[in-house]
Structures are given as C-alpha cells and as structure tokens.
Design a protein around this ligand. Structure first.
Ligand SMILES: Nc1nc2c(ncn2[C@@H]2O[C@H](COP(=O)(O)OP(=O)(O)O)[C@@H](O)[C@H]2O)c(=O)[nH]1
Ligand SMILES: [Mg+2]
Length: 361
C-alpha cells in the first residue's frame, strides 16, 4: 500500500514523511526537485507486540506501508508527466494542510486550511478532467469506426465522469460499480484516490484538546465527511521530537500534551480505515507477523497473501482472535477452551485474527 504525501510548499510534507519513515534528510538529499522520495513505514501494532510475548519469536515482522514525498502540487507541476505519474501510482493521498501560524515560514496568504484544500482538490479535478476529455475524443472516434458494447459503456462512463468533474467534484465522490471501477482503473485518475486531509497544527500546551477541535475549527468537518475522504490533525513539530525518543519517553511526552497516540499511529490507522484494510497475524517461535488484507477477504485468499502455494493447496485455517489467544496463554489451552477453531475457504477473515493455514502441498 502506497500513500502519496501532497500539499502546497512549506506546509510540513517532508517533516511528516521523515516522521513516518524515520528517514534522515541526508538519506533523501538526491534526485531532482520534482522527484518523489520513497520511504517505508512500519505499521505499529500493539496486538502483534503482545502476541509476540507468548512466542518470543526469532523474528517479529510488522506490516509496512510505503510513503512518497511528492513535490508541492501546482498546475504547472501537474502538467509534467513525471510528476503526475508519481501521483497516479499511489493507492491513497495524504494532503498536508498548513494550520500552524509561523511568520518566518511563508504561505500563500493567511492560514486557511479549507481554501488550500479546495485549491488543491480543484487542481486534481482539473487534471482528471483534461484526461477524461482526451479519452472521450479517442473513444468517440472509435465509435464512429465500429460499434461495440464495451466501448459504448466506457463512453457513457466517461461522459458521466466529465459532468461530475465539471461541477468541481472529485471522482472519489462519484458512484461507480465494481465494473466501472475496472473500466477506469487504467487511467489512474488522481481525484479518484481516497483522500486524507492532514491538518498540521502548531504546538500548544493543550495540544490534545486543540487537535480534537481543529477539524471543526477550520471548517473541514463537512469536506472530510464526503465519500472516500477523511481528516486528521497532527503536529509535525511534536512528531519530530517523538521520533527521536525511546518508546517510554514518547509515551510520557504524549501524555504531557493530553495525547494517547502519536500522529504516526493515528495517520496509519486512518489510512487503513480509509482504504478498508485490516490485519491478520501468523505466529510461531520462528516468526510472528502481521499481514494486510482488504476487509471482507476470504480465508483462502488471505492464505494467498502469505504464499500463492498456500492458496492453491488450502485445506483449512486454524483460527482464533488475537485477544482470545492472549487470554488463553497458549494454543493448547485455546484448543482446550474451544476458542481455537477450524475455518474453511469461505470464512471471512476478521481484523485481528490469528491463523495457521493447513495445506496439502
Ligand atoms: N512552527 C511550525 N513549523 C513547522 C511545522 N511543521 C513544519 N514546520 C516547518 O515548516 C518548514 C517547511 O516544512 P517542510 O516539512 O520542509 O515542508 P514541505 O515544503 O511541505 O515539505 C520547515 O522549516 C519546518 O520546520 C509545525 O507544525 N510548526
Ligand atoms: Mg518538502
């Protein structure tokens, strides 16, 4: 899963990227100004850490997500093929919006998150609109040469997308059937990507409270409630300090601001929610590991995420919810209690399930 970090200049995109991926700025000092920097972030998961205490495994493997620190968004930049390609290649967008006051760091006019959100969304919408128009021309030419049901369906869909975009609404808000989604997948429309607005607020003594109130305070509540859209508040300054601390110190530091979780944890969780992703675990003395799947995935397909052979030779999945296993203290005890059970191919894997795949191969 890959998230593109976008936004205006000097809003905290790179600060956020560094905090998520713990990459030092020196590591990323190469590449041209429009080149996206890629980094991998470990998905923090307290459930996996607790399961690991039962097994003391040689390896503990968290799920990972990729982030791309894309150069600042502008109409000019979007016209560059390489820049647009960086945005097309991601699964979701995190738009970092400046909500912190600091006269020493320039910004386009006064601090106004909703204005910045609308402007960037507008640029993305406009970019998709020109793609749709180009494609429509081509499809209309094709239709003159030859009638085909599939081309006609694409034509209908593109016309609908055009009308939608012309009313300044992003494609992520347009209703599409799974077939429609497949039809437009190849275009990789930017405004179709799930969007997370990340308000970057200033440091304050009551940061916990200020963060809770920020989305409403800046009038972003309505925008964030739209389909495939969400909002989150972080303080990049505080996160940068957290990144340097031990886990214990970080917990204490967070508590002193009235916070429970770091922005990093909240951002990753919110992105999972937005994309409809959940985790399941495999456990053992060799390795305890988290795997990422889409909500609603069947046991047999979840097995395929681990290894295609497991999908092909799937028999059953020994399954237990992580907290029941922790509660029992061992698999033997869980089996005795009947909480460790056998599930078949069609079983829909739940967030937090622990599975052993039984296979014939
Ligand atoms: N006061 C304040 N400054 C910040 C905050 N977040 C980022 N900055 C500063 O804003 C400037 C631009 O940040 P950067 O992450 O490079 O922004 P980018 O251009 O969007 O990548 C840097 O000097 C940061 O230290 C914040 O929450 N508060
Ligand atoms: Mg930057």
């Amino acid at each position: 899963m890959k998230t593109g970090i976008i936004g205006l200049p000097q809003v905290g995109k790179t600060s956020l990227f560094v905090m998520l991926t713990r990459q030092s700025v020196a590591q990323r000092a190469h590449g041209g100004p429009r080149e996206a920097h890629l980094g991998v972030a470990k998905v923090p998961d307290d459930r996996l850490d607790r399961l690991a205490t039962l097994y003391n495994p040689k390896k503990l493997v968290h799920a990972t997500v990729e982030y791309a620190d894309v150069a600042a968004v502008s109409k000019e930049a979007l016209n560059e093929t390489a820049f647009a390609a960086n945005l097309r290649n991601v699964d979701a967008l995190a738009h970092v919006v400046r909500a912190f006051e600091d006269d020493s760091i320039p910004h386009v006019g006064p601090i106004d998150p909703l204005r910045d959100i609308k402007n960037i969304d507008f640029d993305l919408i406009f970019n998709d609109l020109s793609q749709v128009e180009k494609r429509l021309e081509r499809v209309e030419k094709d239709l003159k040469k030859m009638k085909s049901a599939e081309i006609e369906r694409e034509h209908e869909l593109l016309k609908r997308a055009k009308v939608h975009l012309e009313t300044e609404r992003p494609l992520r808000e347009m209703e599409m059937t799974p077939e429609d989604k497949k039809r437009v997948r190849g275009f990789m429309f930017i405004s179709e990507k799930p969007m997370l607005y990340v308000l970057n607020v200033r440091e304050s003594a009551e940061l916990g409270k200020d963060m809770e109130e920020a989305v409403a305070k800046y009038g972003v509540t309505e925008a964030a409630a739209r389909p495939n859209t969400a909002a989150l508040t972080v303080c990049a300054k505080v996160e940068a300090e957290l990144a340097e601390m031990s886990d214990e110190d970080a917990a204490e530091f967070l508590a002193s601001y009235g916070l429970r979780e770091s922005g990093l944890v909240r951002l990753i969780h919110k992105t999972y929610e937005l994309l409809g992703l959940v985790s399941f675990f495999t456990v053992g003395e060799d390795e305890c590991r988290a795997w990422t799947i889409e909500r609603g995935t069947k046991a047999v397909n979840a097995a395929g995420v681990i290894h295609t052979d497991l999908e092909h030779h799937f028999i059953r999945a020994e399954t237990i919810h992580w907290d029941q296993l922790l509660d029992a203290g061992s698999e033997a005890e869980a089996r005795a209690r009947g909480t460790l059970r056998l599930e078949g191919r069609e079983y829909v894997v739940k967030d937090g399930d622990v599975m052993h795949i039984r296979h014939s191969g």
